[in-house]
Write a protein that binds this ligand. Structure first.
Ligand SMILES: [Zn+2]
Length: 318
C-alpha cells in the first residue's frame, strides 16, 4: 500500500429543497491519501444522537496529520433537520410520509423529502468499500456494534470497532424495530460491508462513548488497511444474535418494568419483565414476558407505550 499524507477538503452537498425554496445540504469531509479503499462514515441520522458527531471531530484531528491509503468520507450531521430540532426523528412537517431517515434507504430521487435526501447520499455510499453508521442509544440500550448475518467482512469491521457486544441481525431486512429501510440493511443488500455502532447516551456528550467511537473507527480503518498500523487487539466481544424480534406492547398504557432488571441481564424464556396497566382504570392489560432465553439489549424506560411499541429487545448468544 502507498500511504501518503492526507489531503483534506470539505464540500456542501445539496440534498433537497424545503417548501420555502431553501436548500438543505450537508457538509462532506474528504480525507484522501494514496490509492486504496473508500470508507464512508455518517452520524446523526437521529437528531439527538450526538456522540457520533463528537467522535468524528476527534477523528478529524487524527486523520488530518496522518498518512493513509484510500479515502475516508465523513458526514458528521447527516440529518440536519432533526439535529436542529433536537428531535430523534425528523419533524413530521418536513416529511409526513417518512419521519425516520433510517427507514428510507437507499432512497428515491422522486420520493418524499427524506427519500430524496437518502438518494443523494447514496450516490456517495454505493461506491464505498465499507460503511459505518454512528448512532447512540439511551442509557437503556447496551453499547454495541451491529451487522447483518452472513457477512464475514462486516463482522471483521465490527470486531475491529470493538464494543463489548456485537449484535448480529439474522433477518435480511431487519431494522431497529424489525422493519426494512435501514442504512445497514440497504448497504448490506448492495454488498457493502457495513456496521451500525450504537454508542451509549443520547442527548449529551459522554466522553467514554466519544472515545469508544473514535478509537473504534481508527481501529476499523487499520483493519481495512487505510491506516498503516495493524489493528489493535480488542477485548473479546460477546456475540449475540438478534433473531426473534422485539418484545412488544399488545395493549397501550403504562409500562412498569420490573425494577430489578437492566440491559445486559440474562433472562429465561417466559420470565416476567413487567406489566402494562391502564392508568385510569388501574386494570392490568398485559403481563410482559421474555419471548426467549437470552440477554436484554434494550429496555423501554419511557413508560407510556402504545400497542405494537417495542418494550424490550432480547438477543441470544451465538
Ligand atoms: Zn439512531
Amino acid at each position: 500500500m502507498d500511504y501518503t499524507a492526507v489531503t483534506h477538503t470539505t464540500t456542501d452537498r445539496r440534498l433537497g429543497r424545503l417548501p420555502s425554496g431553501r436548500d438543505v445540504s450537508v457538509t462532506v469531509h474528504r480525507y484522501v491519501g494514496g490509492p486504496g479503499p473508500t470508507v464512508y462514515i455518517q452520524a446523526a441520522q437521529h437528531g439527538i444522537e450526538l456522540n457520533g458527531p463528537a467522535a468524528l471531530r476527534r477523528l478529524h484531528d487524527r486523520l488530518t496529520d496522518a498518512a493513509i491509503a484510500g479515502t475516508v468520507l465523513v458526514i458528521p450531521v447527516v440529518n440536519q433537520l432533526a439535529f436542529d430540532h433536537r428531535s430523534y426523528m425528523t419533524p413530521g412537517e418536513y416529511d409526513v410520509m417518512n419521519p425516520n431517515l433510517n427507514r428510507v434507504w437507499p432512497g428515491d430521487d422522486s420520493g418524499s423529502l427524506q427519500e430524496q435526501f437518502a438518494a443523494r447520499l447514496w450516490e456517495l455510499v454505493r461506491d464505498a468499500d465499507a460503511a459505518v453508521d454512528l448512532h447512540t442509544g439511551t442509557a437503556d440500550m447496551l453499547e454495541h456494534v451491529r451487522c447483518q448475518a452472513g457477512d464475514p467482512a462486516a463482522e471483521r469491521l465490527a470486531e475491529a470497532f470493538g464494543t463489548s457486544y456485537r449484535l448480529i441481525d439474522e433477518a435480511e431486512e431487519a431494522g431497529d424495530d424489525g422493519s426494512g429501510g435501514t442504512f445497514r440493511a440497504a448497504a448490506a443488500a448492495a454488498g457493502i460491508p457495513v456496521i451500525t455502532a450504537e454508542l451509549s447516551n443520547s442527548r449529551r456528550i459522554a466522553q467514554d462513548a466519544v472515545a469508544a467511537g473514535v478509537d473504534g473507527i481508527q481501529n476499523l480503518l487499520r483493519e481495512r488497511a487505510v491506516l498503516p498500523a495493524d489493528p489493535e487487539p480488542r477485548a473479546e466481544q460477546t456475540v449475540l444474535r438478534n433473531d426473534s424480534g422485539p418484545v412488544t406492547a399488545s395493549e397501550s398504557g403504562l409500562f412498569e418494568c420490573r425494577p430489578d432488571i437492566a440491559v445486559g441481564d440474562a433472562v429465561n424464556a417466559g420470565e416476567r419483565l413487567g406489566a402494562v396497566y391502564e392508568p385510569s382504570s388501574f386494570e392490568q392489560q398485559q403481563v410482559v414476558s421474555a419471548t426467549e432465553r437470552g440477554v436484554i439489549f434494550s429496555l423501554a424506560r419511557e413508560s407510556v407505550v402504545v400497542k405494537g411499541e417495542r418494550l424490550a429487545g432480547i438477543a441470544t448468544p451465538r
